[in-house]
Design a protein around this ligand. Structure first.
Ligand SMILES: NC(=O)c1ccc[n+]([C@@H]2O[C@H](COP(=O)([O-])OP(=O)(O)OC[C@H]3O[C@@H](n4cnc5c(N)ncnc54)[C@H](OP(=O)(O)O)[C@@H]3O)[C@@H](O)[C@H]2O)c1
Length: 256
């Protein structure tokens, strides 16, 4: 028989930390890792959200610890890392999925709105990756970017610029972290979450325009973004690093 060594899409027996893992895309990723057999720490600022997601992780038979953290605060990231390490012994997978958006125009956006978006979306990624890789000997890091990094969307200036920075950070960090740690980003299209529920509600003109342009004709279920994260976190993606994987149902490529 032909020899063939297949790496399965699984995170069984790994330990994952998902920052921004208590809502929307991050929570879907945390639960999908839990269902695939990983221990998962889903962290964010709000204690109740952390507790609720921890309960959902346990319901799937996975181990967890409840740790709040703020990606804008380096000390809280160190505590998240150190408490996870003292409980599970290693961090094999790190996901950053914290959200901050400004919908102000170029004319009106203020210094503080701009800084708040960057603090979470770009500086936060730098802080988290720097702190966690001090203690990771190997593994996979996944940053949730956006198709906004390369598309022109009205009134998403700071957000788009920060996501563009995330993509560049991922490519540059991949060089420094190779060969033991892989780092990639996922660029989702439209997923209805707390970040955008008001803008893209069903029946609105904006939602209709998105669905019309999307080749698959609909917005994504958050589980469909988690599927890409599961692949990138698993050994099936052992030759993938420095990549930005678009998961947008064909929205970006549909020009006419
Ligand atoms: N939804 C989309 O269509 C879409 C598309 C492309 C990219 N994205 C990106 O996907 C990521 C997740 O967004 P989402 O749509 O899933 O939003 P979401 O449902 O609002 O979830 C955001 C998560 O981030 C946490 N968070 C916010 N600020 C934080 C901070 N300073 N430190 C730690 N955690 C923080 C929130 O919990 P707490 O409030 O408890 O901190 C929550 O768990 C974001 O980076 C977003 O830009 C989303």
């Amino acid at each position: 028989m032909t020899e063939y060594n297949h790496n399965p899409v699984t995170v069984e027996d790994k330990t994952a930390v998902v920052i921004g893992g208590t809502s929307g895309i991050g929570e879907a990723i945390a639960l999908s890792f839990a269902e695939s057999g990983a221990d998962v720490v889903a962290s964010s600022r709000d204690q109740k959200r952390v507790r609720d997601t921890a309960d959902s992780i346990r319901e799937r038979g996975a181990e967890t610890v409840e740790i709040t953290s703020d990606i804008t605060d380096r000390d809280s990231l160190r505590s998240l890392r150190d408490e996870t390490l003292s409980t599970f012994g290693s961090v094999d997978i790190l996901v950053t999925s914290a959200s901050a958006v400004s919908r102000s125009s170029l004319e009106t956006i203020t210094e503080s709105e701009w800084a708040d978006v960057f603090d979470v979306q770009l500086d936060g990624v730098y802080r988290a990756v720097q702190e966690f890789t001090r203690e990771m000997n190997s593994g996979s890091i996944i940053n949730i970017s956006s198709i906004s990094a390369r598309l022109a969307a009205a009134n998403l200036l700071a957000y788009s610029a920060a996501k563009g920075g995330t993509n560049s950070f991922v490519r540059a960090a991949a060089k420094e972290l190779a060969p033991d740690i892989r780092i990639n980003a996922i660029a989702p299209g439209f997923v209805i979450t707390n970040q955008n529920r008001d803008q893209y509600a069903e029946g609105t003109e904006k939602r209709a325009r998105i669905e019309e342009r999307t080749l698959l004709g609909r917005v994504a279920d958050r589980e469909e973004i988690a599927g890409a994260a599961l692949y990138l976190a698993s050994d099936a993606a052992s030759y993938t690093t420095g990549e930005i994987i678009t998961v947008d149902g064909g929205f970006s490529d549909n020009v006419f």
